[in-house]
Design a protein around this ligand. Structure first.
Ligand SMILES: Cc1cc2nc3c(=O)[nH]c(=O)nc-3n(C[C@H](O)[C@H](O)[C@H](O)COP(=O)(O)O)c2cc1C
Length: 137
């Protein structure tokens, strides 16, 4: 099964989860944060990505101010997940707010069909067996 993990990570927590998935054979696609004027203008880079190459797409990123991190939301607008199976995860510390709900709403606009959703509280120990659940629909 071909799996892509599209993720954004500023301080490394989400990346830690992406790396566990990579060890299981997933292909990582990292969204980078832009700084300065480009960020101010809302111009974020969406890495090239062809959804048809994959059987499962996993989207992940941190919760910022109780919603999904803006660079992830911005990048997702460029993608088309039509007829794709999509699993979602967020990482947070203490209060996940509406991070997962808002991420789901954003992806729904891009026609994905949803499977698993997970929220990892990074102030607690990360269990790799929980992360691996993201690999099944
Ligand atoms: C700008 C900013 C806003 C954040 N807002 C929240 C929040 O509302 N709720 C929460 O639980 N954690 C919040 N956090 C903590 C991050 O969600 C948490 O540390 C996450 O795992 C970071 O992921 P990363 O290391 O992949 O960037 C925030 C962090 C930053 C930098």
């Amino acid at each position: 099964m071909n799996v892509a993990v599209i993720f954004f990570s500023l301080t490394g927590n989400t990346k830690k989860i992406a790396k566990i998935l990579e060890r299981e054979g997933a292909h990582l696609i990292r969204i980078k944060k832009r700084t300065g004027l480009l960020s101010y203008l809302g111009l974020h880079r969406s890495p090239r990505f062809n959804a048809t190459d994959y059987d499962l797409i996993i989207l992940g990123g941190p919760v910022w101010n109780r919603g999904p991190a803006r660079p992830l939301s911005k990048a997702l607008k460029k993608y088309d997940f039509r007829e794709k199976q999509v699993n979602l995860f967020v990482t947070y510390a203490l209060n996940k707010g509406h991070g997962l709900d808002k991420l789901r709403n954003e992806v729904e606009r891009h026609h994905g069909s949803f499977g698993r959703e997970m929220a990892f509280d990074m102030s607690e120990d990360l269990r790799e067996e929980d992360v691996r659940k993201l690999l099944s629909f």
